[in-house]
Design a protein around this ligand. Structure first.
Ligand SMILES: *Cc1c(COP(=O)(O)O)cnc(C)c1O
Length: 428
């Protein structure tokens, strides 16, 4: 059989790039097959190099709340590029993005822009350690906070998908400073504070877990984290790299009414370009160089193209009705897909918070990592390919979130639900 262009490119890629991908989450190893190489995107759709069209629910793993190639973002990036791509000196646009972030998140007085969510989370830990003078941190099994050493312990996302939740190459002495708790189990966190009352600098959490598939916080869980950290002199870090400007303009902290000490961001604030950020109240952020002794820097931080895309994206998201539309679209999708699974008599549980969701091959409930891990990943893989063959692109892993954008129309959703029905029927 003649090879597709994607297959040719994937063979080439594997000769020069480990596994043929520049991020393991793009690999199809967990579901088998060859990832389509994407040629372009517009709105809710992407086209691969062989000309196949897909309705896209990856959304670049979260950033594309406006869909692909939104005119406002394209224009902002083009305009910025024509004035020069990087200066290593302050530019006006980075102030604008920082002001928008501080205005959106009441817990953030000062914010430092970086280039990725990984950088943001890595630095947030350093900041918490600098502020408290303590070394240990608490993270939750199945939460993912980027690939910094101390955070690749019991990690979610690709690390979970590919069976390496705790990465090789992380010094044991370093991993020992990362204590692991159970998401949605406040007792597990209290136990760690009992064992290490004066040693824990911070608890870092995805306020809505998105990297073990979507798992919403249980009632009182985030409040419990706020209380236990405060009582023990530790900081609470919300990793809002996915949820920031996604579950609402004010992120998960506004949705759930719980105020963290430090917030990390990424994805949407770059509108599809590389941006991350960490921020918090003034007293904490005063540790950051050049104000204070905690060092963090970046040649391309606050890059004019990236912040222009971010400002354009947040400007669109501020318009009235946008989050209502995102939510209504996601509800239409998850209701339709649930009904299709019920008709096909395939056990499933769909978790959704605003416009992020995961459909688990699992009778449910799915409210903890242990339950997530009971999902039928083989069935998910067959389903994912059946959708892909019919023009719908979802994550090549059971343990990831899906996203809708403002570009997804009711017709796109209805077509998707139809495809889900056909895919389930084809699997028998
Ligand atoms: C994606 C993600 C990160 C890492 O961001 P990168 O830009 O990929 O480095 C961190 N935390 C969460 C919650 C994420 O989803």
């Amino acid at each position: 059989m003649e090879q597709s262009r994607s297959q040719q490119l994937f063979e080439q890629a594997q000769r020069v790039i480990p596994g043929g991908v520049n991020s393991p989450v793009r690999s199809f190893r967990a579901v088998e097959g060859t990832p389509p190489f994407i040629a372009r995107g517009a709105g809710a759709r992407v086209w691969d190099v062989d000309g196949n069209e897909y309705i896209d629910y990856l959304g670049s793993w979260g950033p594309l709340a406006l869909g692909h190639a939104h005119p406002a973002v394209v224009e902002a990036v083009q305009r910025a590029a024509s004035d020069g791509t990087s200066f290593g000196a302050p530019v006006e646009q980075e102030v604008e993005l920082a002001e928008m972030i501080c205005a959106a998140l009441p817990s953030v007085d000062l914010v430092r822009l970086v280039n990725s969510g990984t950088e943001a989370c890595m630095t947030a830990l350093r900041l918490a350690r600098a502020y408290t003078g303590r070394d240990k941190i608490v993270k939750f099994a199945g939460n993912y906070h980027g690939h910094a050493d101390g955070l690749l312990v019991a990690a979610g996302s690709g690390a979970l998908t590919h069976g390496v939740p705790t990465s090789a190459g992380v010094p044991e002495a370093y991993a020992a400073e990362t204590l692991i708790a159970t998401f949605n189990d406040i007792g597990s966190v209290e136990g760690l504070f009992d064992a290490w009352p004066d040693d824990i600098a911070a608890v870092i959490v995805e306020p809505v877990a998105g990297n073990m598939g979507v798992v919403p916080p249980a009632d009182g869980f985030l409040e419990g984290l706020r209380n236990v950290t405060e009582a023990n002199g530790a900081l609470l870090i919300f990793d809002e790299v996915i949820t920031g400007f996604r579950v609402g303009y004010g992120g998960a902290q506004t949705l759930y009414g719980v105020t963290p000490d430090i917030t990390t961001m990424g994805k949407i604030i770059g509108g599809g370009l590389p941006v991350g950020a960490y921020g918090g109240r003034e007293e904490v952020m005063q540790q950051v160089a050049p104000l204070g002794p905690m060092y963090q820097a970046g040649t391309l931080s606050g890059n004019p193209l990236a912040v222009a895309a971010g400002v354009a994206t947040l400007t669109e998201l501020q318009k009235p009705g946008v989050y209502e539309q995102l939510e209504a679209t996601a509800v239409r999708l998850t209701d339709g897909v649930s009904a299709a699974f019920a008709r096909a008599e395939v056990p499933s549980t769909i978790n959704r918070v605003a416009s992020m969701f995961t459909g688990f091959f699992n009778a449910g409930p799915v409210s903890a990592l242990a339950e997530v891990e009971q999902s039928d990943t083989a069935a998910y893989g067959r389903y994912m390919h059946a959708l892909l063959d019919r023009g719908v692109y979802i994550a090549p892993s059971q343990f990831e979130a899906g996203f809708v954008s403002i570009a997804h129309t009711d017709a796109d959703i209805d077509r998707t639900v139809e495809v889900v029905g056909e895919a389930l029927a084809s699997l028998g």
